[in-house]
Design a protein around this ligand. Sequence first.
Ligand SMILES: *Cc1c(COP(=O)(O)O)cnc(C)c1O
Length: 380
Amino acid sequence: MSFNLPLSFPVFDGNEKKYSSQAIEAGHLATYGEFIGKFEDKLSRKVKSHQSVALNSGTSALHLSLVLLGVESGDEVICQSFTFCASANPIVYLGATPIFVDSERDSWNICPEILEDTILSRIANGKKPKAIVVVHLFGMPARMKEILEISQKYDIPIIEDAAESVGSQINGQFCGTFGDLGIFSFNGNKIITTGGGGALISRDTQLLQRARYLSAQAREDLPYYQHLEIGYNYRMNNMAAAIGLAQLEQLDSFVEKRRKINRIYRMLLADVDGISFQNEAPASYSNFWLTSILIDPKKAGTTNDKLRVRLLKEDIETRFLWKPLHLQPVFQNMPYFGGTISEDLFYNGLCLPSSVSLTLDDQERIVNLIKSTLVKSIYK
Ligand SMILES: *Cc1c(COP(=O)(O)O)cnc(C)c1O
């Protein structure tokens, strides 16, 4: 579906055309070509102290991360419940069980207190979780300080799902670089896109070397095709990397623009009773990939769905927040720890259009429609 004002639409105003023509002229569209290395170098320099492997999706990066940490059939892996299904699906690919954990009110990400209770409970149950998947939802950094302390205390590695938070930071350190492994997504509507793509980042160069090997069908370095292990076809192609390099050159300006969009929504909606925002902790710096609001139906007199339908009539796309995975039919038999925070966020939240191309006029129009819906509910 195409909207007059979509939720998140890419812009290709930089070197995308130039680099992709160069890739075509070189005849390198597949997993050989100069842009793959250039993209990886630029990404590694960007996130500092970390190396990266470019892959064909965020989901494959998550799958490889779990493989690298030795997750096997019968294992348990803790995963934030309030997230997109791709954070948990690769756990199931490996025959392991996701253990879902609720969020906390401020960042909307995994709650450190419940995380620790969950670990203790699973250990008491006879199995120590193999890994923890932490997500920085909508670009908002999770409470990494507390989460890292827990990870160290129980010696359980962290996979940071930074799919939505490329460019987000805590104290100047990039999301994705706190855990043992971090993953990014460059899918179509993420803050930077390669069409479809992802990356795995880590400080551990040996681990990344193994990721590179497994992602290219686990081919031995011999003049003929020899395989000692089962690998995957997960490498990023040169065409995607060409677009990705051009997008990466603009990441800082995209983040600035999305932060500005968030600031404007906050100002325009500041005086509205019943609407609140996802809040940054003091040292956190969100890329504000998607500005998201919470609607308190009692105070606002309307619901997230009524606002969604009203805006849809004007060809404006909004979206519910992620439905918590412990409420997804496909995951209904998986263990869950927590209360109703992620559930409440799902029932009351709405993501607003946040594209880099959004104008001030667009934002005023969106906010006026929201306000008029609220006003009409008072008159009823
Ligand atoms: C987009 C996304 C992914 C998956 O990335 P793909 O590149 O689409 O495979 C994983 N986790 C979260 C939180 C995402 O938003």
